[in-house]
Design a protein around this ligand. Structure first.
Ligand code: F6P
Length: 467
């Protein structure tokens, strides 16, 4: 049995460490390096002619098979339907959802081409694991070409209620394609219930607990909250904290008693970055005794910049940070630093360990692996405090964080104050529980649990690397 992973984004090791601000690529890389297998998806680049065949490249125990898109496909499938229609819709942002029929046609076309190029790579015993909203109809396309292998899907982002999903034109057709999968994994029980509810409401599917049927096949829909490689990340943080704090020292002067609050997110409106900056400003206004003693470092690598809503967020975040710094800063202290570039995983681990507060306040998020990375990176004897949005999937597991409503600026501001004032004994108590949770449900646990469910009784460690 061989594992075949398919995702829009594929990260190959030689492209360096600064690749993935999104959780999916990091998580899949860890899972595949452990099990071996084939990773199939978009190369991330465009070419004049669509790829008509793929040549897998073997690196370590993973083979990579990547497909170029044409510029028109990138526009319609990736920027258009995936990121201007599905992304905002699935993050409950109907007002930002922009549906275009030609984008939808492009989305279906790329899924068809992926299926056509993947079929010749498949062996009868392969277990196929497809990831995320770019590829919802892929299993239906593979089934149409006669593929009978076990096919699973994991949805990394939220799945909204039928009321919201139903606003998408062709929502019934699209949601039906989910029934071509044997197993659908969701981040939370809420997401699983929403998908099943959608299949019932929009397709008249029959539900029996976690099993749903709308055609010949029965599909199991179950939550599998994704994790991180906790132990490796902890080690990375221990190893890099000194190196990572050097640059902070250089730009802010001696840290002394100065505390650090950190946010790390792709520059995406779902992450609540602007609202977070406002909350930090509110915190400094309500608690002026902290001025000069604490700074917010927001790392926000640009993402999907060709989508107008992302370009607008880029502008808006600069404006808000500039306004707050001008109003609240001093000649020798800048309260907010927004850095719009990607850092290596080791630098991030060091920054997390150095920060007294991790601010993870998305307006809506499938899981949010930064919350887990922040905890994994802490010093157990003197840990920092996680402030976490109740709308992140991670909040379902990480109740010992300070849970906040990101729409309530005052509540987030007060949580920052509480976090900074929290006694060490309480910080240690919260940290220990959070660490135990993320360690017990790490990336290895997630992969094994999902693959065991997908392959039936088969243990995931039976999966063989490619020949
Ligand atoms: O985790 C959600 C997700 O959309 C992934 O599918 C994706 O790889 C990641 O965020 C980063 O986004 P993008 O691939 O569009 O840069």
């Amino acid at each position: 049995m061989r594992l075949v992973v398919v995702s829009n984004r594929v990260t190959m090791p030689e492209r360096g460490e600064k690749v993935a601000a999104g959780g999916l690529a990091v998580a899949l890389r860890s899972a595949l390096e452990k099990h071996g297998g084939l990773w199939f998806g978009w190369s991330g680049t465009t070419s004049a002619e669509p790829s008509s065949r793929v040549e897998p490249v073997r690196l370590g125990n993973v083979s990579y098979a990547v497909v170029d898109l044409t510029e028109a496909e990138r526009q319609s499938y990736y920027l258009g339907f995936s990121n201007r229609a599905l992304w905002p819709l699935m993050h409950y942002r109907l007002g930002l959802t922009d549906f275009d029929r030609s984008d939808y046609a492009g989305y279906l076309g790329v899924n068809r081409r992926f299926a056509k190029l993947l079929v010749p790579q498949l062996k009868p015993d392969d277990v196929i694991w497809i990831h995320d909203y770019h590829l919802i109809p892929l299993a239906a396309e593979l089934r149409r070409r006669g593929v009978t292998n076990r096919i699973g899907y994991f949805h990394h982002i939220p799945w909204p209620s039928a009321e919201v999903f139903g606003a998408l034109p062709f929502s019934a057709t699209l949601i039906s394609t989910m029934t071509a999968y044997d197993l659908v994994g969701m981040q939370t029980q809420t997401d699983a219930d929403n998908l099943i509810g959608g299949l019932v409401a929009l397709r008249g599917a029959h539900r029996d607990g976690e099993r749903v049927k709308a055609g010949p096949r029965e599909t199991v829909v179950r939550p599998f909250p994704i994790g991180i490689d906790v132990e490796s990340f902890r080690k990375l943080a221990v190893a890099s904290v000194r190196a990572a704090t050097q640059p902070i020292r250089a730009t802010t002067g001696p840290l002394g008693g100065r505390k650090l609050v950190i946010g790390v997110d792709r520059l995406d409106y779902s992450k609540g970055i602007v609202q977070r900056l406002e909350a930090f400003g509110q915190f400094l206004r309500s608690h002026p005794e902290h001025r000069g003693n604490v700074g917010l470092l927001q790392i926000a690598p640009p993402s999907r910049s060709d989508v107008p809503e992302y370009a607008e967020l880029d502008r808006q975040s600069d404006e808000v940070a500039g306004r707050l710094n001008a109003a609240l800063g001093e000649f020798d202290w800048t309260p907010i630093r927004v850095v719009k570039k990607a850092y290596s995983r080791s630098a991030l681990a060091g920054f997390y360990r150095r920060a007294q507060v991790g601010l993870v306040t998305p307006m809506r998020d499938g899981m949010n692996l930064v919350a887990k990375e922040y905890i994994a990176a802490q010093n157990p004897e003197d840990p920092g405090v996680l402030v976490l949005s109740r709308f992140a999937g991670a909040a379902h597991q990480m109740g010992e964080a300070l849970i906040v409503n990101p729409y309530d600026t005052h509540e987030v501001a007060e949580a920052i104050r509480t976090a900074l004032a929290m006694p060490q004994s309480e910080r240690v108590r919260r940290f220990e529980r959070l660490y135990a949770t993320i360690a017990a449900s790490d990336i290895g646990w997630w992969t094994s649990r999902y693959l065991a469910a997908l392959t039936g009784a088969e243990a995931a460690d039976k999966l063989a690397p490619p020949e």
